[in-house]
Design a protein around this ligand. Structure first.
Ligand code: ZN
Length: 210
């Protein structure tokens, strides 16, 4: 196996490209180098399109004034959709989570995207999840409030749980109804193959059959 000789040259365009590709999550020096070589050798046109799309996206995409998701508009299409119930608000960590909830086709309210989760070890606190803006959205008419029910759909990781707990506690003090999405057995799941934690949670969250 051949080894790459360490380069003593000053930063050239190729090194800068490799370095730039490393901003992507999970991309180390080797994958970055592979991507750079691939683009230069096999797809220069694709590379140019990528560069332009990145430039345009960074330039034009901002955050929705109301729900904080990515949009090129002041108000995103979901927030300005009059068929949706603005008094039912689903709180998610990321735009990708919002897409997943949308795909269920079973939620007709609106969203607030935290763009993160509370995680003191990573320096993520209430400010970083835009908690003040969430409260504005819930309470103030000029931001789409008042909200009747807040559905906390953060992840079931320790950070996601802490985030839901934090938001839920403050909403409780304020007398605003907050609910948490239920954990349980996956659709089509068999008990024998479900982990004990999930089964325990499903037992705790059991409901009566109507
Ligand atoms: Zn929005």
């Amino acid at each position: 196996m051949s080894r790459t000789k360490p380069s003593n040259e000053p930063q050239d365009a190729l090194s800068r490209l490799v370095e730039a590709l490393r901003v992507l999550p999970g991309v180390g020096p080797k994958s970055a180098q592979r991507m750079a070589y691939y683009l230069l050798q096999h797809d220069r046109n694709g590379a140019a399109v990528l560069a332009q799309a990145l430039g345009e996206a960074v330039e034009s995409i901002g955050h929705c004034q109301r729900c904080n998701t990515f949009t090129e508009l002041a108000l995103c299409t979901t927030c300005s959709d009059s068929r949706r119930d603005p008094a039912l608000l689903c709180v998610v960590e990321t735009p990708a989570d919002q897409v997943m909830v949308e795909q269920t086709m079973s939620f007709r309210g609106q969203y607030f995207v935290l763009m993160g989760r509370i995680s003191p070890l990573d320096g993520m606190g209430p400010n970083e999840i835009h908690f003040d803006r969430l409260l504005d959205r819930i309470e103030k008419p000029e931001f789409g409030g008042p909200v009747r029910e807040v559905v906390l759909a953060t992840n079931f990781t320790s950070e996601g749980e802490a985030t839901a707990h934090y938001i839920g506690e403050i909403l409780k003090i304020k007398g605003i109804k907050a609910t948490r999405i239920a954990r349980g057995i996956p659709v089509g799941g068999e008990l024998e193959y479900v982990d004990a934690g999930t089964l325990a949670r499903a037992l705790l969250d059991r409901r009566s059959i109507s």
